[in-house]
Unconditional design. Structure first.
Length: 102
C-alpha cells in the first residue's frame, strides 16, 4: 500500500482534479453563458463584435438566423454574423424606429 502512495504517477490524479476545477470547468461555464447570451439576443441589446465595434441590435433576430443587424452609428447599419459577437452588454432601451419618431 505504501508503494502506491509514494508512486509519482499517483500524484497526477489530484493535480488533474485541481486543473479541472480551477481551469476547465470555469471556462466551460463561461462558454455556456456566452452561447446563451448570443441565442437570446433582442432588439436594443448592445453588443461588441470580435473586431471591437460596439453597436445596438436593430432587428430582432430569430434563433435560426446566423446574422443580426447592428446599428454602429446614426443611420449606419451592418449585418454581423452571430458567432463573431464577443460580448453582449447590459440590456438597454429599444432603438427608436421611424414609426416611433413620427
Amino acid at each position: 500500500m505504501q508503494d502506491i502512495l509514494t508512486n509519482p504517477l499517483f500524484m497526477f490524479v489530484p493535480i488533474g482534479l485541481i486543473f479541472y476545477f480551477l481551469v476547465m470547468r470555469p471556462q466551460q461555464q463561461q462558454q455556456k453563458e456566452h452561447r446563451l447570451a448570443i441565442e437570446n439576443l433582442r432588439r436594443g441589446d448592445t453588443v461588441v463584435t470580435a473586431g471591437g465595434v460596439v453597436g445596438r441590435i436593430t432587428k430582432a433576430p430569430t434563433k435560426e438566423d446566423a446574422e443580426v443587424t447592428v446599428e454602429i452609428a446614426d443611420n449606419v447599419q451592418v449585418k454581423v454574423i452571430k458567432s463573431t459577437l464577443s460580448q453582449v452588454r447590459a440590456k438597454s432601451q429599444p432603438v427608436e424606429t421611424k414609426a416611433d419618431k413620427s
